[in-house]
Structures are given as C-alpha cells and as structure tokens.
Design a protein around this ligand. Structure first.
Ligand SMILES: *Cc1c(COP(=O)(O)O)cnc(C)c1O
Length: 400
C-alpha cells in the first residue's frame, strides 16, 4: 500500500507541483569563466614573464582607459590598494579630512585613516543610497582635502554637484567606483567623473579576477607620481621607457601592481564585458518586473535616475521594517538561497567611532541599511534566477 502511495507521489506531474517548494542551493555570487581567461594565463606563462607590468597588464590598462575615457589606468591588487594609492596621491596627511558616506565598504575609510586622515561621514540620499550631495557643503572645513563618493549598486552619485563643490573649495574628488564599471552619469562612464577613481575586480564584482583592481586617473598632473607610488616609490617605469639610465627610490610607495597571471585572467573577462553585462541586466530586469508590483505594499526596489545608466551590479530590496527584513533573510536561507544584508554603517562600527566623525544626522543611513537585502545575481544563473524570483514573490505575498 505504502509503495503504491510512494509511486503515486513520484509521478512527474506531482514532482512538477513540488518544484518551487523543495530546498535549493543558490549562492549570492558564483564566479564564472567568461571566455579565454585560461588560454591567456597559459600564454602569459609561456612568455616567461609573470611579475607585473607585462603584456597583459598593458592590454588591460589600455582597454580600461579607452573604455572609461580616462587619461590613464593602472592595475592594482584590489580596489582597496587603488584607494590607498589615491589617498597618497591627493596628499592626505595627519589631521586632513575626507568627506564620504558612512554607507560604504571599509576600504573607502581605511585608505584615509592609513594616511592619518579623518573620514567625515554624511548621510545618504533615500533614492539611490549614494552620498547626499546637498549635505557635503556643510561638512567642509578648512581641513577638508577631498570628497570620496561611492556609486552604490553601480548607480552613479550626483557627480555634477560634488565636482562643483570640490572646485569651489579646491578639493580632490576620488570616486569609489568599485561596483560601477560600465555605469554612466550624464553620458560619461564612472571612473571618468572625478580626479581619480578606484575599481574592483574582486570575485563578487561584475568583471572579476579573484582579487584585483585599478586606479583610473583623469587629472593628468597625477599620472607620473601614480606610476612611482605603484612601483615602490621608484621611477622604474621611466627607466623602462628609456627616459632615464638607472632607476632609484624617489618618493613614498609600495607594491601595488598585480602579477601577469591576474592581468591575463582579467583581460579574458574584459573582452567579454558585453555578454556579461547583458546577462546581468536580464536577471536584474526580471527581478525588477516581479517586485515592482509590491510597491503599493510598502516594498522598495532600486531607483535609477533618468540621467544614469547602471551596470546591474546588484539588486536590492528595502523592506518596510528591520524585522520583516530578518524574517525574509531567514525564510530564504531555509530554502537554500543566500540573500544577505549589506553594509553596517561605518560611523557605528568600532573603528568608525575611533577613527572617524559624522557631519549631521545619519538618519537615512541607519534606517535604510537596517531594512535592505540583496538578491543572488551572477552571470549564467539560468533556472536559479526564476527560482529566486518565484520563492521571493511567494514570501513577500505572505509577509507584506
Ligand atoms: C568591493 C568594494 C571595495 C573593495 O574592493 P576590493 O577589490 O575587494 O579591495 C571597495 N569599495 C566598495 C564600494 C566596494 O563595493
């Protein structure tokens, strides 16, 4: 008898009706090969040059500078390293202040603190979760040296206003463009919107190489010193160009350049930026179409200003309360889907309290960061994207 019942349950139609209820395993991110990465790594090895600044580093830098429309691009180990270079380049010293949002990754702030500077946090906009440009002016003091906006979720910050204030007060602008390769603001690519910009090729970003980054330079007066800082404070680059007959220690610096193996993998990815972005945008758009109908039940989805083009770096939801956010995260987890929250505001973190200060209230930063969750989003998700969407819609129907 039991056997018959068992058999009955296993009829294909019955299995179909169970689909969408059985646990799955869907990670938040999955790094994938996009094209010829392995071939290029082999070729780099065959060339017999594995240290930095070889053929693949040059190819990536040239590709990136042309794509972004920057004066120069230098590959680094990470976006963190690029931000550290930027802090040296703009001359952050003991007691200098840098204005930035508190809703960002630790590296934006650490780069400043490592130079002896003080991050000064301002609140974020409610719509894009980027720095509220209208709060920057009030945060400027005689010690302010720079503004470090970030482009959250690959949606550019209001750079016109930021640049206008920077110009008026003689400040540098460094974009934390870690999430924003391929995004545009009023027709210009992220990375070409300030004096300097830092990109990340960490495995969770759109274009990856495990750990990697780049510094984009739009202020040509900073290029030569950037090359020196990246090469341990030596004028090695000039030497290899044949501009001097021996190279020596001339400035501050560190080892910021990645190996050719990292650059070779990265070049394989950069070549495929078109298909990678297209795939991400398709998933992003599918999530968006299914979730917008919940707006009238208190759910918020990403806002893309009309003058911005985003790169589908991430899809987030803002629940009506922190409790609902926690409930949704656990329900998704039980089903095997990783849908995590994001930044813990830096001003409230132990190191933030120790090394930084705030300018004004952090109302939106505290409120929105407590209600936000991110959905799995990576290339070639296939069926997994529909699974996430369908399960999410079912839970939201019950919760909202
Ligand atoms: C990922 C990220 C970073 C750090 O990038 P790494 O390459 O891991 O150093 C910095 N800032 C922001 C906004 C990021 O999203």
């Amino acid at each position: 008898m039991r056997r018959a019942g068992y058999r009955l349950c296993c009829r294909p139609a019955a299995i179909d009706s169970l689909k969408g209820l059985l646990p799955v395993t869907i990670p938040f991110n999955r790094p994938v090969l996009a094209g010829r990465e392995l071939e290029y790594i082999r070729e780099a090895i065959d060339r017999g040059h594995l240290a930095g600044d070889g053929v693949y580093t040059e190819r990536c830098q040239h590709w990136l500078a042309k794509y972004i429309g920057a004066s120069a691009v230098l590959l680094t180990h990470s976006c963190t390293a690029a931000l550290e270079m930027a802090a040296i380049l703009v001359g952050i010293e003991q007691g200098d202040e840098v204005i930035m949002p508190s809703f960002t990754f630790v590296s934006t702030a650490n780069a400043v603190v490592l130079r002896g500077g003080t991050p000064v946090f301002v609140d974020i906009r409610q719509d894009t979760l980027n720095i509220d440009e209208e709060l920057v002016d009030a945060a400027i003091t005689p010690r302010t040296k720079a503004i470090f906006p970030i482009h959250y979720a690959g949606v550019p910050a209001e750079m016109n206003r930021v640049n206008e204030l920077a110009k008026r007060h003689n400040l540098f602008v460094v974009e934390d463009a870690a999430q924003a390769l391929g995004s545009k603001y009023r027709g210009s690519y992220a990375g070409a919107l300030g004096d300097l910009a830092a990109f990340s090729f960490h495995e969770t970003k759109n274009i990856i190489t495990g750990e990697g980054g780049a510094l984009s330079i739009n202020n040509p007066t900073l290029i030569e010193r950037a090359e020196i800082i990246r090469e341990k404070g030596t004028n090695r680059k000039k030497f290899f160009r044949g501009q001097i007959d021996k190279y020596t220690w001339v400035d501050l610096g560190s080892s910021f350049l990645p190996s050719e193996l990292v650059a070779a993998f990265l070049f394989g990815q950069l070549e495929q930026i078109g298909p990678i972005q297209k795939d991400r945008i398709a998933t992003w758009t599918m999530y968006d179409a299914a979730l917008r109908p919940f707006h009238n039940r208190g759910l918020r989805t990403p806002t893309i200003p009309e003058h911005c083009v985003h790169n589908a770096h991430l899809y987030y939801l803002i629940l009506p309360t922190c409790e609902l956010r926690q409930e949704l995260i656990s329900r998704m987890k039980i089903e095997g889907i990783t849908a995590p929250f994001h930044y813990v505001p830096l001003h409230s973190a132990p190191a933030g309290l120790r090394f930084a200060r705030t300018s004004g209230q952090m109302t939106h930063t505290e409120d929105l960061s407590a209600r936000l969750i991110r959905l799995p989003l990576y290339p070639r998700m296939g069926d997994a994207a529909q699974q996430v969407r369908d399960r999410l819609v079912r839970h939201l129907d019950q919760l909202l």
